[in-house]
Design a protein around this ligand. Structure first.
Ligand code: PMP
Length: 412
């Protein structure tokens, strides 16, 4: 008899039988309030009827069209539909399966388009698990330890993580931009820098929002030096933060956005969007893959976009996000163990610290476990895994937020 490799590390002991809306039901019939949403994927809830119907219909028509051999209707329709929501000017799309593959695609695009070797990423960023994406990931050594050497040409600048530095946001931002300029002067000259890869809100790195001054600082340097500004919207996109794109909070114009997770309600699908001008500088045929732009995933994504629009999920994420953030802050105010509660929309993190202000990994793990035992599924994040994060499906109701907060208060 075969068994699963111990390589796989699971955050909860739950074995799921089925999911419906914001709930997961395990094989013993217990109901769990799912505030993980498959790491920010099932934004329309588990098995939304319209997504299920669209996928079911597509399965009977065509499952695998193979987009480097033949084109198919769902991919063309999805491309057209994404035009309604993509940032202005980013009207050229390339599809793949996972967030990591989208990162790889943007990496190749920016190197091919600029002819430059180096990539600058920002401390605490998570971009994926392939060797290139893991090299670009600085949210924890657990994602890259043990298989070095990693890819050459990746350099790291600070992210304005004010709470970590113990500074205000303005000081942290000035520091981050000054260090970026220092990196230009000492390690990776602008003329050798192809791209910046940045998350509008650090996800795996601890749910730390960027800010307008920081992202504008990147935009200004990108313009000055011909560097490609890549916004990794894999976790923050598709309404998660209470605006359609995470970077919509910060009034910044990206050159490339990376999309995945919330795009297809759980079907594997990712992509990159850029202008036709930039995309035309990539070398045709240098990217592809057997499964990219799968027909069933595309049909599910089309239905997902319809549900997001028809059910007002972006607005719901903003309103329910406010409720969740306020509630989590009230709970933190009644304990000494939570040093900071922050987030955007339905992406909320509580950072656990000791009395000395040091990261408290054990307390975060205990709170996450206690919540799980009480029927609220949560994950941790951050370099020290000391941030407990809440990312419910965007369909979550006010009552379900209250239910979760009650359990969270008890668990804390
Ligand atoms: N970028 C970000 C911002 C992510 O949050 C993730 C996944 N957590 C990825 C990239 C990688 O996506 P995947 O796991 O689908 O490769």
């Amino acid at each position: 008899m075969a068994q699963l490799s111990p390589l796989l590390k699971q955050a909860t002991p739950v074995v799921v039988d089925h999911g419906e809306g914001v709930y997961l039901y395990d094989v013993d019939g217990k109901r769990h309030l799912d505030f993980t949403a498959g790491i920010g994927v099932t934004s329309t809830g588990h098995c939304h009827p319209r997504v299920v119907e669209a996928a079911r219909e597509q399965v009977g028509k065509l499952i695998h069209g193979q987009y480097t051999t033949v084109m198919h209707k769902p991919l063309l329709e999805l491309t057209e539909k994404l035009g309604d929501v993509l940032p202005p000017g980013l009207d050229s799309l390339f599809f793949s399966n996972s967030g990591s593959e989208a990162v790889e695609a943007a990496l190749r695009l920016s190197r091919q388009a600029t002819g430059r070797p180096n990539i600058i990423v920002f401390q605490g960023g998570f971009h994926g698990r392939t060797v290139a994406a893991a090299t670009m990931t600085t949210s924890g050594t657990r994602f890259s330890a043990g298989f070095s050497p990693l890819m050459a040409g990746v350099h790291v600048a600070p992210f304005p993580y004010a709470f970590h530095y113990g500074w205000d946001e303005e000081t942290a931002t000035k520091f981050a931009l000054r260090e970026l300029d220092y990196l230009f002067a000492t390690v990776s000259s602008p003329a050798e820098t192809a791209a910046f890869f940045v998350e509008p809100i650090l996800g795996e790195g601890g749910y730390v929002p960027a800010n307008t001054a920081f992202l504008r600082g990147l935009r200004e340097r990108a313009d000055r030096h011909g560097i490609v500004l890549v916004l990794d919207e894999v976790q923050a996109g598709f309404g998660r933060t209470g605006k359609f794109w995470g970077h919509d909070h910060f009034d910044v114009r990206p050159d490339v956005v990376l999309i995945a997770k919330g795009l297809a309600s759980g079907f594997p699908l990712s992509g990159i969007a850029a202008s036709q001008e930039l995309m035309s500088k990539a070398w045709p045929g240098s990217q592809g893959g057997t499964y990219g732009g799968n027909a069933v995933s595309c049909a599910a994504a089309i239905a997902t976009l319809d549900v997001i629009r028809d059910e007002g999920l972006v607005e719901n994420a903003a309103e329910r996000g406010r409720q969740l953030l306020e509630g989590a802050r009230l709970i933190a105010g009644k304990t000494t163990g939570i040093g900071d509660v922050r987030g955007l929309g339905l992406l909320v993190g509580s950072e656990f610290v000791t009395a000395d202000g040091e990261p408290d990994t054990a307390a975060a793990a205990a709170a996450q476990k206690a919540a799980g035992e009480r029927g609220l599924l949560l994950l941790t994040c951050g370099a020290y895994s000391n941030v407990v994060r809440m990312i419910p499906p965007l369909i979550v109701t006010a009552e379900q937020i209250d239910e979760a907060l009650k359990i969270w208060a008890d668990a804390v």
